[in-house]
Design a protein around this ligand. Structure first.
Ligand code: GLA
Length: 374
């Protein structure tokens, strides 16, 4: 068992005085390319990271069948009622399973994780996906992974109250080690695309800018609303259906947002082709172009994210861009093996010169999606 899975199992034993029935875990993610396209019916290409949330589940004993949720990281026990804490994610999953017509009994669960919180690496999708996989096995629901991802998104939209797309939950449940996941967010078809960074002599470096994503929800919902307005101006269901020829019909913010979504969808498909041809230079150029479009047309970058991307380019990164919703959070770069320290040092210096918060760095290889342990 992984360290997080062992900690969840140990926490379960300590809190509930029994062995858990099963343990599951699910990863956070970075998105390689395809940003703000999921809720426009478009394409995304995330990969899972080797930071996970684990959950140990059981019924508990001695005739006491109330649902209890324990977090080893917060050292907190919560019950089933909604309270705007971390526990709303697993509660939301149980609720959404009921909404989807599944019979869910009461259960006990203990959680432990190491996905950085609130930095855009999808710790919320990880706790949802781990809970969904564990409850599916525990209650013998037999739901498929794509159904579980939709249930997790429903939990986030309908219970937690965040209007996110499907990308993060798909990534956490369907990614495979050594691969990126191409998702068509309209048909919900997905396929893994091999991403052998080691063979290419590259590593994936993540820079957490530590910028508070305080305005993220407002900004995110605002971008969604503008995209919906642009689609309705054009008379299409989603911006996915718009073409270059439609753009002159738009103006102002609607034009800029739509131009990003159109060009980004095209870049995802080109990026998949580049990966299939092991053309990492081409892939990297698409990452830089994606960042420029997010900065200039979608306007979700920050000076910190831009500084990281510029520094990465100066230090020979194949590609770099902000990842996730933007408004702070993380950026990624594909860096030649052995060059990470040079980049992170230069970046720390550039951040210090501009009086930014000190950033945090991680190196990842594309990791496995959600799994039952043992
Ligand atoms: C957040 C959301 C995703 C997606 C990205 C932007 O991570 O949860 O659904 O919309 O932002 O690409």
């Amino acid at each position: 068992m992984r360290e997080t899975e062992q900690r969840a199992a140990r926490a379960y034993r300590e809190q509930f005085g029994e062995e858990p029935e099963l343990v599951a875990s699910a990863p956070g993610r970075v998105n390689l390319i395809g940003e703000h396209t999921d809720y426009n019916g478009g394409f995304v290409l995330p990969c899972a990271i080797d930071r996970r949330v684990a959950v140990a589940v059981g019924t508990g004993g001695r005739g006491w069948f109330e649902t209890s949720l324990y977090s080893a990281d917060f050292d907190e026990m919560r019950q089933i009622d909604k309270d705007s804490s971390w526990a709303d994610y697993p509660r939301g999953v149980a609720w959404a399973m009921g909404e989807a017509g599944h019979e869910i009994g009461t259960f006990r669960a203990a959680f432990a994780g190491n996905v950085p919180l609130g930095s855009g690496l999808s710790s919320s999708a990880a706790i949802e996906a781990a809970t969904a996989l564990a409850l599916d096995a525990f209650f013998g629901l037999g739901a498929g992974r794509t159904d579980l991802a939709v249930i997790c998104q429903r939990a986030e939209n309908g219970y937690v109250g965040v209007n996110s797309g499907i990308m993060d939950q798909y990534a956490s449940l369907l990614c495979e080690a050594g691969a990126a996941l191409l998702v068509d967010c309209r048909s919900l078809e997905a396929r893994n695309v091999p991403l052998d960074l080691t063979a290419a002599g590259l590593v994936l470096v993540v820079c957490d800018t530590r910028v508070e994503r305080g305005l993220a929800d407002t900004g995110y919902n605002d971008r969604r609303a503008t995209c919906e307005r642009a689609a309705s101006t054009l008379g299409v269901e989603d911006l996915r259906d718009a073409t270059e020829g439609d753009l002159p019909l738009l103006s102002g913010e609607e034009l800029k947002r739509a131009r990003h979504v159109l060009s980004e969808n095209a870049r995802v498909l080109e990026a998949v082709e580049a990966l299939e041809n092991r053309d990492f230079d081409g892939f990297g150029r698409l990452m830089y172009a994606s960042h420029a479009s997010l900065r200039d047309d979608f306007e979700v970058s920050t000076p910190e994210l831009d500084t990281f991307v510029e520094t990465a380019e100066e230090h020979g990164a194949a590609g770099a861009r902000l990842t996730g919703a933007g408004f702070g959070g993380c950026a990624i770069a594909l860096v030649p093996e052995g060059e990470t320290a040079a980049l992170t040092n230069a970046c720390e210096q550039a951040f210090a010169e501009r009086s930014f918060e000190e950033p945090a760095f991680y190196e990842f290889l594309p990791a496995a999606g959600a799994e039952l342990a043992g």
